[in-house]
Design a protein around this ligand. Structure first.
Ligand code: ADP
Ligand code: MG
Length: 460
């Protein structure tokens, strides 16, 4: 025990420091000042009587990190201090533990601390399971998310949620975070956009600090990556993510991914990644049906401390059929509008607020299929019933294809759903229309101009 040291002095001068803590002084010479500060400020040679000798550090994380990355330096420093090479084991310094505020804090708080210091975005407190309205369009994704938040790395690993924009993917991912972190277990939850993953990966390469990057991502209990489709065309990051994925999956850590398209449709995504993304459960969130839209609208109004009359709810649910963010926006607008003019909400006001009326106040943000059909019919001089009917003459087929292509561009609806609005046609018909129109706009500038004009008109 003779060489065992007393705890590291706080801010002691170099000479006494070297005498009281020779290991620390040796390491200070062996690594850069920045690395020393990061990893070794708490290092001590605690017990030299046994074999291996015991080196202590401030916490478990440091022990793990130093053992993994600086074993050679520590061996060298120990050999220098003791005059001979010795085997080393690491332990948490009992005098550095526990951190002062730790004992009274519950696991929820600790989990949140970890989250705050490691995830790039804060969680939206409203994105909870309680605030998530479940309907046929999102039932599976919701059930799987809820299961994942309760039992980590069960059968849904990874959970892959996909669907177009504004349909609740981010809401579900964050709900998982909230729930998991308040579960009473101590959990390292990391939530980020794949953009952050890309940026940090690039930065770590530039700074030659890939180890730290890897540690950060591979040492968590649950990794949630939002907007994973942004890995498209980023080949090197895909490669890195592949390894991150494997490391976590092998260690049975939960992975949750959200994407605007299914794994197979993410451009340039390597097969080995897309196949892994399908290992667990792939769940789609689709555009909500009428009843669900109604429930969401009602709920969003209540959240804002208001109640909307049924006819207004019906009107909004009918006219906004693409995405939930638009539904929310409409509630905000209608309520704001009512407050502004100091009258209770009615359907005419909803018209105004959405810009669908003729009051001249146009704040329309919503482009529903109906509006697109209206604009297209007006231009081509056909009837909406014709677009939905069975006739296939060229005079109907073209407007129909134009309207379908615009619906694809402007709404969040799936191919099936768009087909449904055109007399129950199937998704391949819509897909065909979309690609025909795309070809034609590429070949024919005047057609392109027409389509853009119609698009602008439909948005107005
Ligand atoms: P995405 O990530 O799929 O683009 P978000 O999760 O950001 O969509 O959702 C857009 C908005 O709609 C958010 O404000 C979210 O709270 C709300 N939202 C989405 N789905 C639901 C739902 N089922 N119930 C209540 N609100 C929802
Ligand atoms: Mg999102």
């Amino acid at each position: 025990m003779s060489l065992a040291e007393s705890p590291a002095p706080q801010g002691g001068d170099g000479a006494t420091d070297a005498a009281r803590n020779p290991l620390r002084a040796c390491l200070q010479r062996l690594v850069t000042p920045r690395k020393f500060e990061l990893w070794f400020s708490t290092v001590r040679l605690a017990d030299t009587s046994g074999d291996p000798v015991e080196v202590t550090l401030g916490n478990e994380f440091l022990c793990e990190w130093v053992a993994r990355n600086y074993l050679d330096e520590v061996h060298e420093a120990v050999a220098e201090c003791l005059g001979e090479p010795r085997r080393v084991r690491f332990a948490v310094d009992p005098q550095a533990q526990p951190e002062p505020a730790q004992p009274q804090r519950d696991s929820g708080e600790r989990n949140r601390d970890y989250f705050m210091s490691n995830s790039d975005v804060g969680l939206n407190p409203r994105y909870t399971f309680d605030n998530f309205i479940v309907g046929p369009s999102n039932q599976l994704a919701h059930a799987a998310s809820s299961a994942v938040s309760e039992a980590l790395a069960g059968s849904y690993n990874p959970l892959f949620v996909h669907g177009s924009v504004g349909l609740g993917k981010t809401h579900l991912l964050q709900a998982i975070c909230h729930k998991a972190m308040s579960s009473g277990r101590s959990l390292k939850v990391l939530y980020l956009s794949s953009e952050t993953f890309v940026n940090q990966f690039i930065a770590s390469i530039e700074q030659g600090d890939l180890e730290r990057f890897r540690y950060r991502y591979r040492n968590v209990d649950m990794l949630l990556v939002d907007d994973i489709h942004l890995l498209a065309h980023k080949e090197r990051t895909q490669e890195e993510f592949f390894h991150t994925f494997n490391a976590l999956h092998n260690a049975e850590r939960q992975i949750v991914l959200a994407s605007d398209s299914p794994p197979d449709e993410i451009p340039t995504l390597r097969d080995r990644l897309s196949s892994r993304f399908k290992w667990g459960l792939v769940a789609q969130v689709a555009a909500p049906r009428f009843e669900t839209r109604l429930a969401i609208l009602r709920r969003k109004a209540i959240d804002r401390g208001a109640e909307l009359p049924n006819d207004v709810l019906n009107f909004l649910a009918e006219h906004i059929d693409s995405n939930i963010r638009e539904l929310e926006g409409a509630v905000t607008k209608v309520l704001g509008y009512a407050q502004l003019i100091g009258r209770p909400v009615d359907v005419a006001m909803a018209h105004d607020a959405l810009g669908t009326g003729d009051s001249g106040i146009s704040t329309r943000t919503v482009t529903g299929v109906e509006r697109i059909q209206e604009v297209v019919c007006e231009h081509f001089g056909v009837k909406i019933a014709d677009l939905q009917g069975r006739r296939r003459t060229q005079s109907i087929a073209l407007p129909r294809q134009v309207a379908m292509a615009l619906a694809r561009r402007l709404t969040g609806l799936s191919l099936e759903e768009i087909g449904g609005r055109f007399g129950g046609r199937d998704h391949s018909t819509v897909l065909y229309a979309v690609s025909r129109m795309k070809d034609r706009t590429e070949r024919d500038p005047s057609f392109r101009t027409l389509l853009n004009e119609l698009q602008e008109r439909a948005r107005r």
